[in-house]
Ligand binder design. Structure first.
Ligand code: PLP
Length: 509
């Protein structure tokens, strides 16, 4: 563990002030120990290091040695213990090699998700469907039609690959996609509400994971936020009483990651559109050009009619458009199950303006994401196929009887390979979570294999599976047991889990 300069200083200060009598002796010993450390060059010429010379660059190895020497110095200064002996040059060289080899390992890599959290933001949200992976591969391997039209044999638009598809799937007039939904919200506010007022209900001033806060985004895009209503109730009159000639937008934010229950009321898209239409009529008569628009930050991105989504209060993008929203934006990698993206759909006159906004250029999608998004959206042209092929949709909506079968298979695989004296495995009914700030109240019935350890313990096993296994295995640690949730697992993961647990047990003394 690296210590900050502050804690280091604190430790040293503590050493100096607390035991004043031993002070001098300690200080001397400290300096002596620090002086006893070998120089970087000395470690560099150790045989442990020289054997790695052919594989790794000299400067890179040197950095690794410096890191390790720094670490040892910090340990000494922190006064690890009185019996602390300085590692030999051999040991330092060995540590440096291990550290160097760690450094060349990819940092961003595959993990096995046995946690049961489906859209796990820390684990990359939605896994892509095979079609999307193939498209990314094809497009990134060589050159592509990213901004080239074979039809006109001249420059094309990168929006064209997805716009028609999105419009077909949602019934929108036009569409554009940017880096993520946070970017989409920022761009929409910047284009339509910069220097004007945007009205939003106090019940919808949400924070979405990773420090996306509606008031902050408003401030950044120079829109004046007019908060109306109360936390639990906002009425039509709240909007009506606050709308004026400076109002540019009625903003509705979908409470993706929380639900309010009890004495609550919000104003529907339909009613917001009524208010906007009345105001726009008035402005037309008055000869004013600028319009009030209704924008919904929908977040989740549901494209198909499904009882599962309906039951959990998630309406489709098509529904929002039918209710009369002018613009709606949503994420590509939440319930939609595609790559990270922010998709904006709605009336053509507004989307056309967004396409010309400089932020559209700054926040544009790269070819790999576009390829993945196009392929994912194409899969949606056949809803039944989408349910089967898009991993996020499949995991969210899979019947728990199928999940149970997979859990039983995993249980068998564990039992077959692992000594039952060391650990007992059992299939247990449990709850999976949608994750990614989606469907917060939704308990998705699932089945896990529960491992109760008699040799070693669950906490140490968890650490081993995450830190020593390649790929790392992320499971659930609860009540001194490890739970492997079959809902987010595939059968091809099973040998990795079995080997991981087996290896852990073999290392327990
Ligand atoms: C998730 C979410 C966002 C942020 O979207 P990202 O794609 O993560 O940038 C914004 N608003 C709502 C309502 C959301 O659910």
């Amino acid at each position: 563990m690296k210590k900050t300069a502050d804690t280091e200083k604190a430790t040293v200060t503590k050493m100096v002030t607390e035991k004043s009598s031993k002070n001098a002796i300690k200080g001397n010993k400290l300096n002596e120990m620090l002086r006893g450390l070998p120089q970087v060059d000395e470690v560099m010429s150790n045989s442990n290091i020289t054997t790695l010379r052919h594989a790794l660059a000299h400067d890179f190895l040197k950095t690794a040695v410096r890191d390790i020497l720094d670490e040892i110095r910090e340990d000494i200064k922190a006064g690890v213990s009185d019996e602390y002996t300085i590692p030999t040059t051999d040991e330092i060289a060995h540590k440096s090699c291990v550290h160097a080899l760690q450094l060349i390992k990819p940092s961003l890599r595959h993990v096995v998700n046995a946690s049961g959290v489906i859209i796990h933001t820390n684990l990359g949200r939605s896994p892509l469907c095979d079609e999307a992976i193939k498209a990314v591969n094809d497009v990134s391997r060589g050159y592509s039609t990213l901004e080239y039209s074979t039809k006109t044999m001249s420059r094309g638009s990168r929006h064209a690959h997805i716009e028609q598809l999105i419009c077909t799937l949602t019934g929108a007039e036009a569409a554009i996609a940017v880096n993520n939904n946070a970017a989409a919200v920022m761009m929409v506010l910047n284009e339509f509400a910069k220097g004007y007022e945007a009205i939003v209900s106090r019940g919808e001033l949400v924070e979405i994971g990773g420090s996306f806060r509606v008031p902050d985004i408003m401030a950044m895009s120079n829109a004046r936020m007019i908060e109306v209503g109360t936390t639990n109730k906002t009425h039509v009159s709240d909007y009506e009483n606050n709308i004026n000639e400076n109002t540019a937008m009625l903003l509705k934010v979908h409470p993706s990651n929380y639900r309010m229950e009890g004495f609550v009321e919000d104003v529907s898209i339909k009613d917001l559109q009524k208010i906007a239409t009345a105001e726009n009529k008035r402005r037309k008569v008055a000869g004013q050009k600028n319009k009030v628009i209704v924008y919904e930050d929908q977040g989740s991105g549901v494209l198909i009619e499904d009882d599962f989504f309906k039951k959990n209060g998630e309406h489709t993008i098509t529904d929002a458009l039918k209710l009369g929203v002018d613009i709606v934006s949503f994420s590509g990698d939440k319930l939609l199950g595609g790559p990270q993206a922010g998709i904006i759909v709605g009336r053509k006159e507004f989307i056309d303006r967004l396409k010309k906004n400089p932020l559209a250029r700054a926040l544009r999608l790269d070819k790999m994401t576009l390829a993945a998004l196009e392929a994912t959206l194409r899969t949606y042209l056949n809803e039944d196929e989408a349910r089967k092929k898009i991993p996020t949709l499949r995991m969210l909506t899979e019947d728990s009887s199928l999940t149970k079968k997979r859990a039983e298979k995993l249980n068998k695989a564990f039992q077959k390979e692992i000594n039952s004296d060391d650990v007992t495995f059992k299939v247990i009914e449990e709850i999976s979570r949608a994750g990614g700030g989606s469907l917060p109240m939704c308990d998705i019935k699932t089945y896990c294999v529960r491992a109760s350890f008699t040799k070693g313990n669950a906490e140490a096993a968890d650490k081993y599976l995450i830190q020593e296994c390649e790929p790392p295995i992320i499971s659930r640690l609860t009540k001194e047991c490890l739970y492997f949730d079959a809902r987010t697992l595939e059968e091809s993961d099973f040998p990795l889990l079995v080997n991981g647990v087996k290896e852990y047990l073999s290392k327990v003394k």
